[in-house]
Structure formats: structure tokens, C-alpha cells
Design a binder for this molecule. Structure first.
Ligand code: NAP
Length: 280
């Protein structure tokens, strides 16, 4: 057993990390939030906030010092600094819970940077748990400006998704960080239902009390807009191909979050209620 119980949370200001921090703090755990701008972090009173930049591994030494476990996310597809970062975390902590991603219906090792970071974590020799969500419901915050106009113009309105509430991922993370029964598990995580993108928009409109209409966007227009917005043509192609596939083969629903936490995953309608102010 490590002599400390300090849990380091990276991505502490993000959708998932913010809930991991507040959930651990509410449990009375010794939580340390790693952020890049402590002045604006706005985390619960009493939480230790430290500076750290994943792309500057030297800055991680102090953040990781004296920790027992780490909640890790990797915030971009560029993982050139990930080997050094994982090495620092693994030298200090005995457990790493990594926010990865779900790949296909069989929960196999994900492609791309998620799988590469999983490999780094397993090779570190430390205890590990992988959280593999499908789509985060928080992705639809990207529609907020359009929702305020009453029309969302986007491709593939019939793509069926099982988006997960970020708080459900955090609840699983907290279990994996604080309990011993999750070591070596790679958990596929989804929301409790499949909704098309057009249905998601309708539900947000109903929740905020202002009807919102879906308008199907031609693919080439979407490709151009998304490439400008995201700056990564390969990622845009991947997203468009994935949505196209979800029209005929909607995403699956898995009950892992409930199996781990004992509480059913939150429905999208609840996510919309929790975020109503973000769309008003
Ligand atoms: N969106 C999806 O559908 C989906 C699906 C599967 C997996 N995922 C994975 O989930 C993760 C994103 O989780 P999220 O939505 O909770 O995060 P998020 O809301 O996108 O926030 C990103 C977090 O990472 C931090 N960060 C960014 N660059 C950093 C750096 N160089 N050093 C240290 N911290 C840095 C940000 O902190 P600052 O406040 O300093 O910016 C912020 O706390 C990603 O790894 C993504 O691949 C997402």
C-alpha cells in the first residue's frame, strides 16, 4: 500500500475531470487537481490545485509527487509527450485510471492515440483501469450557438448515438481510483439509450422551452466548416465516416456504468436539464 492516498486528477477543469474532482472531494478523498491556469480553475473550496502541463513533462514532477493514483486524460491526438508524462506518473503513483475511448462493438483496444496511450499505461507496470466512453453528451455543446438561433444545420441527423453524461464517466472513474476491484479492467461506457442527432436537438429545445429545428447539412459543406473549426482534416473525415455509419448501425448501449456504480446511467434528457443554461 502506498503511504499516501493523494489522488491526482489531470484535465481537472474539463467535462469529466471537474466531476471527478468534486466527487472525490465530496467523499473526503485527498484530491489534487492539476490545471494549467490555477487562477481561473474555479474548483471546490479545499481542493489542492497544482500547476501542470502534460506537454511539459518536467512540470508534472511536482504535481505527481506523493500521489497514490492518477486520473489521466490525454487532451490531443499529438502524443509525442505522452511517454515522458506517463513515465513521471508511473514513477510516483501506483495506479493510473486513463480516460480512453470506445472502439467498435467488441470493446477492443482503440485505434489512434487512445490505444497508444493505453499501451504506455499498461507497459508502465502500474495498476491500470481504462475508461472507454463512446460519445460524450458534452459534444453537443458545440451546437449551442446554433440552438440559440432555433436551427441546427449539421450532417447526419439520423445518426443514432448513445451519448454518455460526463458525470457517469466520473462516477466510474471515482470507483476505479478508490476501490481495488477495477484493476486491469477496460470499461466500455455509454449512455442508457440511443437517440438520433435530430432527436437530441429536439430534446434540448423542449428542455429550454424554445423549439429547435434540425436542418440537414450537405456533407461537403460540413467537411469545410468542421475543418475550419477543428483544424484537423483527418479527424473531420473520421467523424463524418463515423456518423455516416451510425445512420445504419446506431451506437450500442452497454450497462457497464450501472454495473460499476450501482446506479443507472443518466439519460440524455437529464444531461440537457443539467446544461440548459449553456443553451439559453
Ligand atoms: N468527446 C468525446 O466524445 C470523447 C469520446 C471518447 C473519449 N474522449 C476523450 O475524453 C477526453 C476529454 O475529456 P473531457 O471532455 O473531460 O475534457 P475537455 O472538457 O475537453 O477538457 C480538456 C481538459 O484537458 C486539459 N488540458 C488541455 N491541454 C492540456 C495540457 N497540455 N496539459 C494539461 N491539461 C491540459 C484542459 O485544461 P485547461 O483548463 O488547462 O485547458 C481541460 O481540463 C479526451 O482525451 C478525449 O479524447 C472524448
Amino acid at each position: 500500500m502506498p503511504s499516501t492516498h493523494t489522488i491526482l486528477v489531470t484535465g481537472a477543469t474539463g467535462n469529466v475531470g471537474r466531476h471527478v474532482v468534486s466527487g472525490l472531494h465530496a467523499l473526503g478523498a485527498d484530491v489534487r487537481a492539476m490545471v494549467r491556469t490555477p487562477e481561473t480553475a474555479d474548483l471546490p473550496e479545499g481542493v489542492e490545485v497544482v500547476y501542470g502541463d502534460l506537454t511539459q513533462p518536467a512540470t508534472l514532477e511536482q504535481a505527481a509527487d506523493g500521489t497514490a493514483s492518477v486520473f489521466l486524460l490525454w487532451p490531443s491526438t499529438d502524443i509525442s509527450d505522452a511517454p515522458a508524462a506517463v513515465e513521471v506518473f508511473a514513477r510516483h503513483a501506483s495506479r493510473i485510471v486513463y480516460l480512453s475511448a470506445l472502439e467498435g462493438p467488441t470493446n477492443q483496444r482503440p485505434n489512434g492515440h487512445w490505444g497508444d496511450v493505453e499501451d504506455l499505461v499498461t507497459q508502465s507496470g502500474r495498476e491500470w483501469t481504462f475508461l472507454r466512453p463512446g460519445g460524450l453528451a458534452a459534444n453537443v455543446l458545440g451546437w449551442a450557438d446554433q440552438i440559440r438561433t432555433g436551427v441546427v444545420r449539421w450532417p447526419y441527423g439520423n445518426a443514432g448515438r448513445s451519448l454518455i453524461h460526463e458525470a457517469d464517466i466520473a462516477d466510474v472513474a471515482i470507483r476505479a481510483l478508490t476501490e481495488d476491484g477495477h484493476v486491469g479492467a477496460a470499461y466500455p461506457l455509454t449512455g442508457p439509450e440511443v437517440l438520433t442527432q435530430a432527436e437530441q436537438v429536439r430534446i434540448i429545445g423542449e428542455t429550454i422551452g424554445a423549439p429547435v429545428r434540425w436542418e440537414e447539412q450537405p456533407i461537403e459543406e460540413a467537411r469545410e466548416n468542421l475543418t475550419t473549426a477543428w483544424g484537423d482534416p483527418a479527424f473531420v473525415d473520421m467523424a463524418l465516416a463515423a456518423w455516416a455509419e451510425m445512420v445504419d448501425t446506431p451506437e450500442q448501449v452497454v450497462a457497464t456504468a450501472e454495473a460499476v456504480t450501482g446506479t443507472p446511467a443518466r439519460p440524455f434528457r437529464q444531461w440537457a436539464r443539467d446544461h440548459a443554461d449553456d443553451f439559453r
